[in-house]
Design a protein around this ligand. Structure first.
Ligand code: MIC
Ligand code: SF4
Length: 757
């Protein structure tokens, strides 16, 4: 079977489904109870269903995913690592998608042309590595990874890994799709299993029906408000109940996509008629037929629905009939309010009420239905003589969606009220946005239908307050130009001074005339890999071959300096920002110059500054880290709660390692980042007593003891020596398995892979 093409072959799906009956039976027998849907998919993909660990949140387990997907910003480092393993080709079907490196400036066509110029070296590298190692390559302009995966590769009951935190988007089609760091994908591409903790399972019970102005996005905004940014950590969030069928497949994908914001391993919906419709509309009728045959395996066991509390670690109830449109933000995706309550918040918190930009799209919300609903609002506005009062930008999720919404006139509807259409790419969602309407430091408000709103995320300006809502909410707000107007209830001020009341949006969930594939942009791998040369120019500023990190010296760590103590939120966007830095994602030395530049350090004012303990001077953290490294001074970083929230970028773990960081000691970690640290040989230690965070001072030295006896589940002792001669001893736990400990000893997981291949 050739699984390297532009879509998942039916034979692959057939093979996976063929395992279900026996494996589900084994699962039920071993657990002695009915199964949730997530558990069925996990048993179907277990390395060995007979021996796999069963205890959720405790046991580590090996899984065999069906696919891997990489995007251009993470693929570079992942493939540089894969190349050093010396293997001839990838062991599982893998694709690379060029989406993150396109900067939004003028509009789709010119922006893609510019990206081709500016990034030619990187694209050429990704194209040739893909051709050589058996990887399918989606060229720039073909779309955002998650939308393309949903359209082409995702299938109910499958399992995949993606080097991007929003990979769970494919859960909208019932897949266990996990976002991981590049190094985790390297394991799987190299033929190893994916090793992770057996996830907990949170059930979200949906009753009622979505209707009116309420969109799928509002479901996840509500869930984020309930569970908060760490509530999903270590868990699969599984939606169930009668409300699921009122949501389209792409709407379900929106909900699963943004489950990344609550730290979930992934989110998923059961297979239903809406999934079948979507598969058919995207030319995968045979997969829909197969899924229908196995449908009873592609959902929870009926007993679970009857008594969910017995089977889920937690159950959240949402009645879709009562759900209102929501808006979350600024600065965090769990600061959630119904649109009707935003006015009070604006008054209380003094948020600028005028919207400087409204943005629709991203991998989260750019389906045919999303754009259709936004366009319906636009048509009504046009008919009432309205145009947008804030500039409105649209990013289609894929070339297929773009070509189809263009053909069906939906783009015209949006352009008619003043919207501009950007490339099929991440663009402003990841700081690839050249805006010139404000100066850095200007306080301003934007509304987006994206998924993240950390400070600096969209335009590099920490004073931009980003609020997130559904596409129709964003368009409604672009019409009023203000976040403090409840356009649903109060209407939009019309040209004659009268309020225009807009009807709730309605749109086809799938194009009546079918999808137009547009200029699809897929390149299959080379038949003969020997004919392909992969070039990394010496002296390149964008690509650099990797040198192995040194192995552990065999002794306890002692005399480590405290480079910084992160105060409050420290996401991967704070540790290794994106935007202009995406340029260096294939060059470890160069990208390390952004290390910790967004962090608020408890010991120094501003962002990204640290105190040089040698002379008390304050300097940018990347400079300080580099100087310490040159002077042979090793260091630790102290983290607050949910350290490393957000992206899967492993640069946020490789950079500290490369710059002499040996450990990160935090109150708690986000899942993907903690895994990334372990992969790169950095100790990720959690303070047993979170209060001990207070004990670390700027001029301390830190020892980590007991490393020779490092063992799973066994805490280590951290000794904090203060400058006044006093000391504190604190206990730190870790989540290292035997395998992770081996990585630490070898210097990194990649070093182990190199030794074994
Ligand atoms: C993001 O949304 O933050 C990104 C950019 O897609 C990242 C991946 C990256 O940093 O390259 C993610 O979410 O994993
Ligand atoms: Fe791209 Fe934004 Fe989606 Fe990340 S969240 S994949 S940057 S569109």
């Amino acid at each position: 079977m050739d699984a390297t093409g532009p879509t998942t072959p039916v034979a692959l799906v057939e093979e996976v489904y063929g395992r279900y009956p026996e494996r589900v039976t084994v699962g039920r027998r071993r657990l002695g109870r009915p199964l949730t849907y997530a558990e069925k998919v996990l048993f179907a993909h277990a390395e060995d269903p007979h021996t796999i660990g069963l205890e959720r949140g405790v046991d580590n387990a090996d899984y065999r995913p069906d696919r891997v997907a990489l995007q251009d910003a993470t693929a570079q480092m992942a493939l540089l690592q894969f190349m050093t393993a010396g293997l001839p080709r990838v062991a599982v079907p893998t694709t690379v998608h060029c989406d993150h490196l396109i900067q939004a400036r003028v509009g789709a066509e010119i922006d893609v042309k510019n990206a081709l110029d500016t990034n030619s070296e990187v694209y050429e590298f990704l194209r040739t590595v893909s051709a050589k190692y058996g990887i399918g390559f989606w060229k720039p302009g073909s779309g955002i990874i998650h939308q393309v995966v949903l359209e082409q590769y995702a299938f109910p009951g499958g399992m995949m890994l993606g080097a991007d935190s929003h990979t769970p988007n494919a859960g909208g089609l019932g897949m266990v799709a996990v976002g991981v760091g590049g190094a985790d994908t390297v394991d799987v591409m190299a033929g190893w299993p994916f090793n992770t903790r057996v996830p907990k399972v949170i059930g979200v019970h949906l009753t009622g029906r979505l209707s009116g102005w309420t969109a799928p996005k509002d479901v996840i905004l509500k869930v984020a408000g309930i569970l908060t940014v760490k509530g999903g950590t270590g868990a699969i969030v599984e939606y169930f109940g009668p409300g699921c069928e009122s949501i389209s497949a792409t709407g379900k994908a929106t909900i699963c996509n943004m489950g990344a914001e609550i730290g979930a391993t992934c989110s998923m919906f059961p297979y239903d008629d809406r999934s079948a419709m979507y598969l058919k509309a995207t030319q995968r009728e045979e997969i829909a037929d197969l899924a229908n045959e196995y449908a009873h395996h592609l959902r929870i066991d009926p007993e679970v629905e009857g008594e969910p509390e017995r089977f889920y670690d937690r159950v959240v109830e949402i009645d879709l009939d009562d759900l209102e449109p929501h808006l979350v933000g600024p600065h965090t995706p769990d600061l959630d309010r119904p649109v009707s309550e935003v006015r009070d918040a604006v008054e209380k918190e003094n948020y600028p009420p005028e919207i400087s930009y409204a943005l629709v799209g991203s991998c989260t919300n750019s389906s045919y239905e999303d754009i259709g609903r936004a366009a319906h609002v636009a048509r009504q506005a046009k008919a009432a003589g309205l145009t947008v009062r804030s500039p409105l930008l649209i990013t289609p999720g894929s070339e297929q969606v773009r070509a189809t919404i263009e053909r069906d006139g939906l783009l015209d509807d949006l352009e008619a009220i003043g919207a501009s259409v950007l490339a099929n790419a991440c663009g402003p969602c990841i700081g690839q946005w050249k805006r010139d309407d404000i100066e850095m430091g200007d306080r301003n408000t934007i509304v987006t239908s994206y998924n993240r709103n950390f400070p600096r995320r969209n335009d590099g300006n920490a004073e931009t307050l980003a609020f997130i809502g559904s596409p129709e909410t964003v368009v409604g707000m672009a019409l009023t130009g203000r976040i403090d107007v409840d356009f649903v209830h109060d209407g939009v001020l019309g040209p004659d001074g009268e309020a225009v009341h807009l009807e709730p949006p309605v749109a086809d969930e799938l194009p009546a005339k079918g999808f137009d594939p547009g200029d699809a942009g897929f390149q299959p791998p080379a038949r003969d890999s020997a004919t392909v040369d992969v070039v990394v120019q010496p002296g390149s500023e964008r690509l650099e071959l990797l040198a192995p990190f040194p192995a552990w010296h065999g002794e306890d760590l002692s005399g480590l300096r405290v480079l910084l103590k992160a105060a409050g939120k420290c996401t991967t966007d704070h540790i290794s920002p994106a935007g202009p830095w995406l340029r260096y994602r294939g060059h470890l030395t160069n990208i390390s110059q952004n290390l910790f530049t967004g962090v608020s350090n408890a010991f120094a004012d501003g962002h990204g500054n640290g105190v040089d303990v040698r002379d008390g001077s304050v300097k940018p953290l990347p400079d300080l880290a580099r100087e310490y490294k040159a002077a042979g001074i090793e260091w630790v970083a102290i983290g607050d709660d949910n350290y490393g929230e957000g992206s899967s970028r492993e640069h946020a773990a490789m950079e500290p390692r490369f710059m002499g960081g040996r450990a990160v000691i935090a109150r708690s970690f986000a899942r993907i980042h903690e895994a990334n640290l372990k992969k790169q040989g950095v100790l990720a230690l959690t303070l047993a007593d979170p209060g001990d965070y207070e004990k670390f001072r700027a001029d301390d030295t830190v020892d980590v003891l007991g490393l020779a006896e490092l063992a799973p589940g066994k805490p280590v002792t951290v000794v904090v020596h203060h400058a006044d001669g006093s000391r504190d001893e604190v206990r730190a736990t870790h989540t290292m398995s035997e395998e992770h400990i081996e990585w630490f000893r070898a210097g990194s997981a990649l070093n182990v892979l190199r030794q074994q291949s």
